[in-house]
Design a protein around this ligand. Structure first.
Ligand code: ZN
Length: 240
């Protein structure tokens, strides 16, 4: 298949960030496909949410429905064979001696991009979209802009391609991620993301809080809740 700059493969986990990235890609590219990874994550709830979310994104707009193509779910169980982290095993979330939380899965985002690039090669797609963010990340080195830029060079050299790695959330915080969703699909998209995406590290769905579902106390829930409060606060003050 001839590579096309009009088509993008979105790393889609079913969380707030990747759903916003999917909406961003659908507003920018003519053909969009999604890729998700089963890597033995402790709580696979986000994987079970993906098909529902994709259906809701399709129902959201006829234009998006016509652009959204295949979803690819890839088994990356080898990640849990290789590493020992709070994301893949029943161990408590804590800070490690190297200053990184033990929710960091070494090599995960690098492997995700490598696998996505391999699939994009076969599917004739030239753009990879990921929700990596350097602004309010937990210090994960594979979320850094430099890591992604270096990886883009390595992938293109190694496969003789002209792939572009797009990270629309790289320089915005969580409040601005909610704002971006509003720009892309209005309050209806914000509501879809609030009610149907999953971010909680502990895999808790539970009640629907103002900011969405989750335990409310893990680092991912805390970040999501704080961002939502800031977003709502800003929206209120701009309406005064
Ligand atoms: Zn949580």
């Amino acid at each position: 298949m001839k590579p096309s700059n009009d088509s993008a493969l979105v790393l889609f986990s079913g969380g707030q960030d990747s759903t916003t990235c999917l909406a961003w890609a659908l507003s920018k590219y003519q053909r969009v496909e999604t890729i998700g990874f089963d890597y033995g994550q402790r709580h696979a709830i986000e994987l079970t949410m993906r098909p529902t979310l994709l259906k809701k994104v399709r129902d959201f707009s006829t234009e998006w429905n016509s652009k959204l193509g295949e979803d690819h779910l890839i088994d990356l169980g080898l990640i849990s064979q290789l590493s020992h982290t709070a994301m893949t095993e029943e161990i408590e979330i804590s800070m490690q001696e190297n200053g990184l939380p033990n929710t960091f899965v070494p090599g995960r985002n690098l492997m995700f991009m490598l696998v996505a690039a391999t699939l994009a090669y076969r599917r004739g797609m030239n753009v990879l979209v990921g929700g990596m963010c350097e602004t309010d990340f937990s210090g994960y080195p594979d979320c850094r802009d430099d890591s992604m830029k270096a990886l883009q060079v390595a992938l293109n050299l190694g496969m003789a391609t002209r792939l572009k790695l797009e990270t629309p959330l790289m320089w915005i915080n969580k409040a601005e991620t909610w704002q971006l969703a509003e720009q892309l699909g209005g309050s209806a998209l914000v509501e879809l993301i609030r009610a149907d995406t999953h971010t909680c590290y502990l895999g808790e769905r539970g009640v629907l809080h103002a900011w969405g579902h989750g335990c409310g106390s893990c680092p991912a829930c805390t970040l999501r809740a704080r961002g939502y409060e800031q977003y709502i606060g800003r929206a209120k003050s701009s309406n005064l």
